[in-house]
Write a protein that binds this ligand. Structure first.
Ligand code: COA
Length: 204
């Protein structure tokens, strides 16, 4: 198995084959560059034998973020965030995604962070399967988080979070079914009104 290495700025010229995927959010240079420069140890790639890139992960850290959880308790903590992870088509299902995610997780763990989180499209069941296999938990359902899809925030508590406090405010169970029903009820209502209007016009 290949060993991930630090992503360097020249790699920006070689990584389109990986990030130009409908499931990867394509970030602009002004978004990418500060993140790469701020936490270079969390931005990794892996080289293929032909010198192309096989995969890429963009990890970041959020420091002293104040957050309410559980029953209105508030806490300030450092946590990691995975902004993007992608593997080139030819190298998928070989364990590289797992390797990139576990390498970043281990670095954040050593930096004493509480948890790692990420956002994923609801329809991206392959990625959700991968995250769940690594211990990530669906924390929050985010309706219309993406222009064309709902999303989830998923979280992985790290060793410092012995009591799994980062999952305490877990909202997915409470809100998911309610939010889901409300959304479809609203759609049903809107389409019903449209159908009545169109029907009325046809009768005229
Ligand atoms: C998601 C992605 C990064 C996975 O990378 P990968 O190197 O193929 O992942 P791994 O080989 O480490 O897979 C580990 C586990 O993830 C799950 N998984 C990954 N790809 C899967 C697929 N196509 N179908 C079903 N399960 C899948 C499986 O549980 C797999 O374990 P297994 O091989 O023992 O069955 C890759 O498919 C990708 O780049 N997809 C497009 C971009 C994307 O969706 N990024 C995530 C955005 S949030």
């Amino acid at each position: 198995m290949t060993t991930p290495r630090l992503f360097v700025l020249e790699d920006l010229f070689k990584f389109n084959n990986i990030v130009m995927d409908p499931l990867v959010e394509v970030y602009s240079q002004p978004f990418l560059l500060p993140k790469i420069l701020e936490h270079p140890e969390l931005v990794l790639t892996a080289d293929a034998p032909d010198n192309s890139l096989m995969g890429f992960i963009l990890g970041t850290r959020v420091e002293d973020a104040s957050e309410s959880f559980g029953h209105g308790k508030s806490m300030s903590w450092n946590h990691g965030h995975i902004s993007a992870v992608a593997v080139a088509h030819d190298y998928r299902k070989l364990g590289l995604g797992t390797r990139l995610l576990t390498t970043v997780r281990d670095i954040l763990d050593r930096q004493n962070d509480f948890y790692v989180d990420l956002f994923v499209r609801e329809k991206n069941t392959n990625a959700i399967g991968l995250y769940e296999s690594l211990g990530y938990v669906k924390y929050r359902w985010m309706p219309k988080f993406y222009a064309d899809d709902h999303g989830y925030e998923m979280r992985l508590p790290l060793s410092r979070d012995v009591d799994r406090k980062s999952l305490e405010g877990i909202m997915i169970k409470k809100i998911y079914s309610f939010g889901n029903k409300l959304y479809y009820l609203l759609m049903f209502y809107i389409f019903g009104i449209i159908a009545i209007i169109i029907g009325g016009k046809l009768v005229e």
